[in-house]
Design a protein around this ligand. Structure first.
Ligand code: PGA
Length: 244
């Protein structure tokens, strides 16, 4: 289960979150728990989760190890700060910050090179779904992005399927829609990387996951976990998602 805090919370609010969250879900062993706060809160978050089973991720990562890349943070920097995961290619970064399938691939390769686990996001717009283009759009994102990895690299990534129309809108994909789409993504993986890779890859669902819908989503064998935005900001609601 992953939480994406987007551009919310200060370091003090981060510490306060973990004071409430850790007693409720800090020792979870039935799944991995990763929380991805803004860069300015990573140090406070890493500090807060020491000794627990919670891991900390960033919301972006550079492809380079260092250099003239104003506004970027690199894998070695994140590593040195105790960060283990990075969200890559979130739809908000694709929509507002010019992220493309090509930069998603480069960032994913960069993360892997420096020992950070990429959580690579894919997802279609409402217009894509309504025009029946969901699978074509996902195939494009996959083939122009993730498919550029080697088999060994692919084995280390997590995929997050986030239909853009379900993000922050309160409109969750039905468990059937989510499962069907996960199956389509797994078929792309099978065609490119083989059956074992397709069986092994974890595909998270994201988009308006809440304590009251997590159970029906997770009942789908195709759905391996979730990437939670709004509901991950509250310690009690995220703990109940983790412990559903
Ligand atoms: P949401 O966001 O849970 O608030 O819909 C999910 C995400 O953008 O990762």
């Amino acid at each position: 289960m992953s939480g994406n805090w987007k551009m919310f919370k200060t370091p003090a609010e981060t510490t306060a979150f973990f004071e409430k969250f850790l007693p409720l879900a800090g020792n979870a062993t039935h799944c991995e728990v990763v929380i991805c706060p803004p860069f300015t809160n990573l140090a406070a978050a890493v500090d807060a989760v020491k000794g627990s089973n919670v891991q900390i991720g960033s919301q972006n990562i550079s492809w380079a190890k260092d250099g003239a890349f104003t506004g970027e943070i690199s894998g070695p920097m994140l590593n040195a700060a105790g960060v283990t995961h990075a969200i890559i290619g979130h739809s908000e970064r694709r929509q507002f910050f010019g992220e493309t399938d090509a930069t998603v691939l480069k960032r994913t390769q960069g993360a892997l090179e420096f020992g950070i686990t990429p959580i690579v996001c894919v997802g279609e717009l409402l217009a894509d779904r309504e025009s029946g283009n969901t699978e074509a759009v996902l195939a494009g994102q996959f083939l122009n992005g993730i498919a550029g990895l080697t088999e060994a690299q692919f084995a280390k990534i997590v995929i997050a399927y986030e239909p853009v129309w379900a993000i922050g809108t309160g409109k969750t994909a039905t468990p059937e829609i989510a499962a069907d789409t996960h199956r389509a993504i797994r078929a792309l993986v099978r065609a490119k990387f083989g059956k074992d890779a397709a069986d092994a890859v974890r595909i998270l669902y994201g988009g308006s996951v809440k304590p009251d819908n997590v159970k029906v989503l997770m009942a789908q064998p195709e759905i391996d976990g979730s990437l939670v935005g709004g509901a991950a900001l509250d310690p009690i609601s995220f703990a109940s998602i983790v412990n559903f």
